[in-house]
Design a protein around this ligand. Sequence first.
Ligand SMILES: [Fe+2]
Length: 240
Amino acid sequence: MSLLSRRAMIATGIGLLVAPRAKIAIAQTPATGPFILPPLGYGFDANEPHIDAQTMMIHHDRHHAAFVGALNAALKDHAQLAELKLPNLLSRLDTVPDTVRTIVRNTGGGHANHSMFWQIMGGKGGAPDGALAAAIDRDFGGLPALQTAFNRAGLGQFGSGWVFVTVTRQGKLGLTARPNQDSPLMDGVSVLMGNDVWEHAYYLKYQNRRADYLAAWWNVLDWAKISTRYSAAMDGTLTI
Ligand SMILES: [Fe+2]
């Protein structure tokens, strides 16, 4: 074989290796915005054994990414809406044109809910302290009482949805469950924390045992981050 032929084969081989990778890279390129999938901030396995790494990967990289891509696509011809901060967009869904209102509600809500969700996990559970602990004592009667009420609300949410702890500018906490990807942000109410009770959040590990998932989830919370969200809510600087 001539040197030229060997070079041609090598070149062809490299081409075969590179071309499919390039196609994959193009296919996985996320939408260019304005809404962006936030990084997880920790490894997919950070919540093991309570939430498995495969669930975290599929949940973040596929489910949440799909919400972001669909939201951007829905707003590509609505530049003024696309410029809004997500909480502002969600609190004025009545101004969104009928043709895209449902997709914006579902995908914008999904983007907001999951962005919050990744922030508050990746921790070691335990209990809050400081002002947040005092607020939980005042408004729920303590962490165990909050956990009981929260888990009951999550278990009682028929079908897919979320359970949230809401927070006012005065630091008052509340508890609410919402269907689908609805968010308290749609009512102009800030979210301190929340849990996703869609089956995609737990089915690989827990199958139909939503109660077990709800109970285990408290073990992966990062209370320092939740306390930061609590302070930001009262400062008016909470972004999602
Ligand atoms: Fe989810």
